[in-house]
Design a binder for this molecule. Structure first.
Ligand code: ZN
Length: 528
C-alpha cells in the first residue's frame, strides 16, 4: 500500500511537525515507545487515508481501538482508549501511515526518533525550493534564514551528546561545496557560528544537574571549531575586503551580537569572536565610523555587564587594528581586564616584531600599571612572556628585565628561565639566593646544566645550604650537609681550585669539631 504522491509527503511533514509539537520536552515519551512496539508488532490492522487530511484505522492492543487522525487539526484526533492527546494507538497508526510512503521504513523510523526528541527528521525530504546556490550574490541573511529553517531544531539531538552537531556542521558546510573559495570561507564561518549557537541552545535546555558535564563536553567539541573559525578569519583579514565579503562580515557580526545578547551565561566566548570579526573592518574609514556610532549607541541602552564589556572591547579592537593605540587603550580601560586581555598580548607582540617600540611602550606601561595596581597577579604569565620577548629582542635594554624584577615573586620562574636561557648565570644564581632556594629544591637536571656552564655561580648557594643544614642540629640535616659538601668538593675540583676546597674543609672541621654526629656523616660521605 503506497500513498507516495506529493500529497502524502506533505501530509507526512504536517503530521510530524504537529506531533513533534505535541510531544515536546519528552511529553508522551513512554507512549511514543509503546506506539513503536505496537507498530513493529503489526498491531495496526486497518488503515484508510481519506478526504485530504484524515487517517483512520484499527489498532489491536489488548483490545481493539478505533483511531482517527486529523492532520490539519491534530487535537481533533481521537482514539477509543481516551487515554491522552497522544496515545500509543494514535502513534502506531501514524507510523503505519509513514510506512506506506515511498521510502516508508526510513521515514517511520525517523519520525519515531524525532518524537523521542533525539533527531531531526522533517528535512529528510528536502524541499527543493530551499536549494540555494551560494555565491557572491547570495544574501547572507538569506542563508541564516535557511539554516534556521533546515537546522534550527538540531539542538534537540544533543540530549546525550554533542556529536550530532558535527554532522550538522558537515551538512551546512556542504551547501557551499560548489561555491567559489572566497565565498566558501565565509560560508564556513557562518556554518561554524551557527553550530556553536545550536550547541549553546542545547546547553540551555539541559537540566542543572548535568549542566556542568554537558558544558565540559561541549567546550571540548567546540574548541577545534573555534580554532578553525579563527584561522579562517585571519586568512580573510589578510587581504582587503570586497563588497560581498563586507556584507557577510556584517551579517556574522549581527548574528554573534544576537547570540551574545540572548544568552545569560554564555559558554561560547562570543565576545572574543566579535572582536575578531570587527577587526576585519579596521582600516576602512566608513565602516569604522558606522560601527563606532552603532556601538556607542548600543552602550547607551545596554545595562548588562557582559554586553557592555563586549561593546567596549569591540571599540578597542577596532581602534587597535586601525593603529590608534591610545584610543584603544582608553576603551580597554573601560573593560573587565579578563574579558579583553587576549586581545592585547598578540597585538603587542606583533608590534615588537615590527620594532614599533613607541607603541610597545604604551601598552607595556598600561599592562604594568594593571598588574602592579592590584591583585591580578595570578594571570601575569602572558605579560611576563612579553617582557621576556622584549628583552630578547632588545638585549641591551634592561628595562624589560627591570619590570620582571618588580613583579617578583610572581615573576620568579619566568625570570629564572629567562636568565638561564640567555646565559645570565650570575643573575640566575642571585635570583635563587634571593628567593631562598636550596639545591635540594631543584628538580633533577635543573641545576645540572647551570653547573656545567657556570659552576662558580652555584658555589654560594651550596655554601649557604651547608650552613642551613647543619643548623638543623639533627642527623638528617648533617647528612644533607655532607652531601652538599661532597658536591662542593666536586665543583671546586671542576674549577681547578683544590686549595680553596682544602682550606674550606679544614675550617669546617674546626668550626664544628664538637658535633660528633656531623663528623660521622663526613666520614660516611668519604670526605675524610
Ligand atoms: Zn488509544
Amino acid at each position: 500500500m503506497k500513498w507516495g504522491d506529493s500529497r502524502g509527503v506533505q501530509m507526512y511533514n504536517q503530521l510530524l511537525t504537529a506531533f513533534d509539537e505535541l510531544c515536546q520536552e519528552g511529553r508522551f515519551a513512554a507512549n511514543v515507545k509503546r506506539a513503536w512496539q505496537l507498530f513493529q508488532a503489526e498491531a495496526v490492522q486497518k488503515i484508510t487515508v481519506y478526504s485530504k487530511n484524515m487517517i483512520n484505522g484499527i489498532v489491536k492492543d489488548i483490545e481493539l481501538h478505533a483511531v482517527v487522525i486529523d492532520s490539519e487539526n491534530i487535537r481533533y484526533s481521537s482514539c477509543t482508549c481516551h487515554h491522552s492527546e497522544f496515545c500509543e494507538h494514535i502513534g502506531a497508526l501514524f507510523f503505519q501511515y509513514c510506512k506506506g510512503l515511498e521510502n516508508g521504513k526510513v521515514l517511520a523510523e525517523q519520525a519515531y526518533f524525532q518524537l523521542l526528541g533525539v533527531t531531526r527528521a522533517s528535512k529528510f525530504i528536502k524541499p527543493s525550493d530551499s536549494e540555494l546556490l551560494i555565491n557572491q550574490n547570495t544574501n547572507p541573511a538569506e542563508l541564516f534564514r535557511l539554516m534556521h529553517e533546515q537546522y534550527g531544531d538540531d539542538w534537540k539531538k544533543c540530549k546525550h551528546s554533542f556529536h550530532p552537531l558535527s554532522q550538522t556542521l558537515t551538512s551546512i558546510k556542504g551547501l557551499a561545496k560548489d561555491s567559489p573559495f572566497e565565498v566558501q570561507q565565509l560560508h564556513w564561518c557562518a556554518s561554524t557560528l551557527y553550530v556553536l549557537y545550536l550547541g549553546e541552545r542545547a546547553l540551555q535546555a539541559s537540566d542543572s544537574f548535568s549542566r556542568y558535564y554537558h558544558e565540559m563536553t561541549f567546550k571540548r567539541i567546540a574548541e577545534p571549531w573555534i580554532a578553525n573559525l579563527n584561522d579562517l578569519l585571519t586568512e580573510i583579514k589578510s587581504s582587503e575586503l570586497q563588497t560581498f565579503q563586507l556584507a557577510w562580515v556584517k551579517q556574522l557580526l549581527a548574528f554573534v551580537y544576537e547570540c551574545a545578547a540572548k544568552s545569560e551565561k554564555p559558554t561560547i566566548e562570543w565576545d572574543y569572536i566579535h572582536y575578531h570579526l570587527i577587526s576585519l573592518l579596521a582600516g576602512n574609514a566608513d565602516q569604522e565610523h558606522e560601527f563606532i556610532t552603532l556601538f556607542i549607541r548600543r552602550l547607551d541602552a545596554e545595562q548588562g555587564p557582559y554586553m557592555r564589556n563586549m561593546l567596549y572591547g569591540s571599540l578597542a579592537a577596532l581602534k587597535l587594528y586601525a593603529g590608534e593605540d591610545k584610543e584603544a587603550i582608553s576603551y580597554i580601560e573601560q573593560c573587565q581586564f579578563e574579558k579583553v586581555q587576549r586581545l592585547i598580548y598578540p597585538y603587542v607582540e606583533s608590534k615588537m616584531l615590527e620594532q614599533r617600540w613607541d607603541k610597545v611602550q604604551l601598552w607595556m606601561d598600561m599592562l604594568l600599571q594593571h598588574f602592579t595596581n592590584g591583585n591580578n597577579l595570578r594571570s601575569v604569565g602572558p605579560f611576563l612572556a612579553l617582557c621576556r620577548k622584549a628583552s630578547q629582542l632588545q638585549p641591551e635594554d634592561d628595562r624589560w628585565q627591570a619590570i620582571m624584577l618588580m613583579l617578583l615573586p610572581h615573576s620568579y620562574s619566568a625570570l629564572a628561565e629567562h636568565y638561564a636561557a640567555h646565559g645570565k648565570y650570575e643573575a640566575w644564581a642571585d635570583l635563587q639566593m634571593y628567593m631562598g632556594r636550596k639545591p635540594e629544591d631543584f628538580k633533577g637536571n635543573e641545576l645540572q646544566s647551570i653547573e656545567k656552564h657556570a659552576p662558580e655561580v652555584v658555589l654560594p648557594m651550596y655554601h649557604q645550604a651547608v650552613e642551613a643544614a647543619i643548623h638543623t642540629r639533627n642527623r638528617q640535616g648533617y647528612r644533607t650537609a655532607a652531601r652538599h659538601m661532597k658536591k662542593l668538593q666536586a665543583l671546586y675540583e671542576q674549577l681547578g681550585k683544590q686549595m680553596t676546597w682544602d682550606r674550606y674543609f679544614e675550617a669546617m672541621q674546626l668550626k664544628y669539631s664538637r658535633l660528633r654526629a656531623f663528623q660521622e656523616e663526613l666520614l660516611k660521605g668519604k670526605l675524610m
